[in-house]
Design a protein around this ligand. Sequence first.
Ligand code: PEP
Ligand code: MN
Length: 372
Amino acid sequence: MNANNANLTLAAKSNILNGGPLPTVIAGPCSAESEEQMLQTAHDLKKDKRVTVFRAGIWKPRTRPGLFEGVGRVGLEWLQTVKQETGLLTACEVANTKHVEEALEYGVDILWVGARTTVNPFSVQEVADALQGVSIPVLVKNPVNPDLQLWVGALERLNRAGITDLGLIHRGFSTHNNKPYRNHPKWETIQQIRSMLPGVPLFTDPSHIAGRRDLLQTVSQQALHLGVDGLMIETHNNPDVAMSDAAQQITPEVLDKLLTSLDLQHELVANNEQLQDLRDLIDRLDNELINVLFLRSDVSKRIGAYKRAHALDIYQANRWSQIVENRRAIASEIGLDPDFINVIYDAIHQHSLGVQNEVFTTATPSASKAVQ
Ligand code: PEP
Ligand code: MN
């Protein structure tokens, strides 16, 4: 066995997956905010047969203190009502012994460990210890930083505590440049974690990857084409006034449209490579590439305006050689030919100079230091 692989004891059948050929969809608000918000969202979601699990954050791990930190125990009462009234399975995040005990007390069906908890083996061990002897499905989000060993380690800790119904949630990573995402998907990690943890169901959480509504469709589709077993999508009856993650949440109605727009034939690429599927994948990746190039070109324009205002030359040789060196290094690290990067960046640089020149030449003649 490869030293990187984990040797988990898994349940014969996952209670998290819907068991059918279509991906499992987990939906619900980032945070439980009120009974009305929970019930309205859940009843609307219930109309969509593709959604089988209702999620809600009860205790919210916030990067900075002073923000909304969740409603706590009362949210578990609402979650219980959701379950009684809709029959949906319920799920919430747990990060310590108290969370686990309270979630179990209120009969939550599925627990998940959040990205900020997976990074800390002490916390994961605390959750695992609290679950010793309990039979409940647990999903583990990838750690905030792209360290797959931490992710595997978290599943191992839970498995040693007797949890056999385990799943993974790919929610993107914090990298040196996440743009245009909130958390970079690092799509290659899907294949990597699958080979390290074969047989463990894998979900993608497009909401925390995208961070904004307009990217949810592409991210979801990409994940499905890479063969994930399901999606976790934050859904709120009134997303604009959500107390956390407002920019990325959608209404149940928008979720319905999004799911309908997706090609749900997942696992095609993973199991049965068809030319058309691979071409679709290329089309989507190119779409993403062009969007990123557009964002980059827009920033070049703003840099052009800055240089014009401060009477700086458009071409800055030092900056350019740093860029090329750094981009070559990034490419080498992930196994992409650095010489290919040179070719691409020559074109990108020419375009950027062109865009900046345009900004200069449309400015007043005295400010012009354009490249001739
Ligand atoms: C969440 O699911 O609302 C959440 C806090 O996610 P993450 O742990 O992925 O940041
Ligand atoms: Mn959230």
